[in-house]
Design a protein around this ligand. Structure first.
Ligand SMILES: *Cc1c(COP(=O)(O)O)cnc(C)c1O
Length: 437
């Protein structure tokens, strides 16, 4: 049922004149024929770069390597390759070698917040588990660019064991997010082993997989793989579509198999200058995703990783995009726009302002059309004083289900049961003076 486009036929014939459609759709064939140098990309696309430009791109891939699946390459429209959203995500730009002052090798402090091999533990109840260092395609905008193609850090079974042990020893971890690299690049049996080990840990309630395979190598989503994933429910999968052009017959087929297996699908988009920094493109992408049963999850502001400066937009572009979605389209087609805070602060949502003002009994709001409304608040409301004594409370939470974690951050300032009334930043002169005395 998957059509073989004319681009695909031409590329397949150039790779191997005897190749068949069945080979094109074999994901291992796709990996074996991944494009790793500029000259091959030019030949398969039928384009010629100016020689100086080719030389600069070759220099770029010495630092940040190149790998493109034939399938993903076939989505490029070669006539206007310089503005092509797929080309820009797959083929390097010499701008990657420009490092700006604000750039960092590891802006999200993933290595700093790593208490065990393969683990980044940032939030109280969930961890990132980097189980694979391999990707089908090297996205030019990868936030983990520092690691791309770094053969030395492929996690072996011992490293994975260490990560699993860490999760098993920390009962607060109820959600494990497999990432990498791309977890779906692991062999089925190996992935099954990791998932089985995770499922054997009683406190792990939810498993998530982050994978770009449905976008760049949709043929990897085989029925065999889906049968493995299906055994380990509740299992969620977040994928990474950035442009409507990436939604093809092949990627739809992959998403259909996953959704039919009862896997809730989400999508994380990165806001990229020249690729998708347009409210109309974004709305179209979100609409196409929900038609394939994929729920837009996050829209990311591009990180401060080295080599990404040319992809970054002002934050205002993201707010403008969200402004064009909220109210204008289905609520479930609107992702949460987040900035992953440099230094490891985690994801911080950013929104247009809807709350204009308020008094003791009224709030003033505006909607997506600019209509200004008021909401009248109750004249009397008895606050429920919470000392965490649920047994004496009229609200009915069965104690077994109660969240036992301590209040953190602003939640702590708001709570009744914790006396903390200020959070004090380190390193202010005023605070330093206190300790000097
Ligand atoms: C993104 C991320 C998570 C998951 O965050 P959610 O907001 O729950 O999707 C967990 N750990 C780390 C380190 C992350 O970067």
């Amino acid at each position: 049922m998957t059509i073989y486009s004319s681009n695909q036929q031409q590329i397949a014939a150039k790779i191997d004149p005897d190749s068949q459609l069945s080979q094109w759709k074999d994901w291992q064939w796709q990996i074996r024929h991944a494009i790793k140098d500029i000259a091959t990309a030019e030949r398969l696309l039928g384009i010629r770069l100016p020689p100086e430009k080719r030389a600069r791109l070759e220099e770029t891939i010495d630092t940040f390597p190149l790998s493109i699946t034939p399938y993903y390459l076939s989505l490029i429209e070669a006539e206007d390759y310089e503005n092509d959203p797929v080309f820009m995500q797959a083929v390097p730009s010499e701008a990657e070698l420009i490092i700006e002052d604000c750039d960092m090798p590891d802006p999200l402090a993933e290595d700093t917040d790593s208490p065990a091999a393969c683990i980044t533990h940032r939030y109280p109840d969930r961890v990132l588990f980097l189980v694979s260092n391999v990707c089908a395609m090297y996205c030019r905008h990868c936030t983990r660019k520092r690691r791309v193609g770094d053969i030395d850090s492929i996690p072996d079974r011992d490293a994975i064991r260490e990560g699993l042990n860490y999760i098993a020893e920390h009962p607060a971890i109820r959600d494990v997010l497999l990432s990498g690299g791309d977890p779906l690049m692991l062999p089925d049996e190996y992935l099954d082993w990791i998932l089985t080990e995770l499922r054997a840990i009683p406190h792990v309630e939810v498993i998530r997989i982050g994978s770009r395979v449905p976008v760049v190598l949709p043929y990897r989503i085989t029925y065999d793989l889906v049968r493995v994933l299906q055994k380990h429910h509740p299992l969620y999968l977040n994928t990474h579509f950035n442009h409507p052009r990436e939604i093809t017959a092949s990627s739809r087929e992959a998403l259909r198999k996953l959704a039919d297996a009862g896997i809730p699908l989400g999508n994380q988009t990165v806001l990229l200058a020249g690729v998708n920094d347009c409210p109309r493109i974004m709305k179209n992408l979100m609409h196409k995703l929900v038609r394939e049963r994929v729920r837009p999850y996050y829209l990311y502001q591009c990180d401060l990783s080295e080599g990404l400066a040319h992809f970054r937009t002002p934050v205002g572009k993201g707010i403008e995009i969200i402004e064009s979605l909220i109210g204008h389209t289905s609520g479930f087609a609107v992702p949460t726009y987040v900035i992953d805070a440099p230094g490891g602060g985690g994801k911080i949502p950013v929104m247009p302002n809807y709350l204009l003002s308020w008094s003791t009994n009224k709030v003033v709001l505006r909607n997506y059309e600019g209509v200004i409304s008021t909401y009248r608040e109750p004249d009397c409301y008895e606050p429920v004083y919470c000392d965490r004594n649920c047994e004496a409370c009229t609200l009915q939470l069965k104690l077994d289900d109660a969240d036992e974690s301590k209040a953190v951050g602003l939640e702590k300032l708001l709570s009744d049961y914790d006396d903390t009334y200020m959070l004090i930043p380190q390193d202010t002169e005023r605070i330093d003076r206190r300790s000097d005395e």
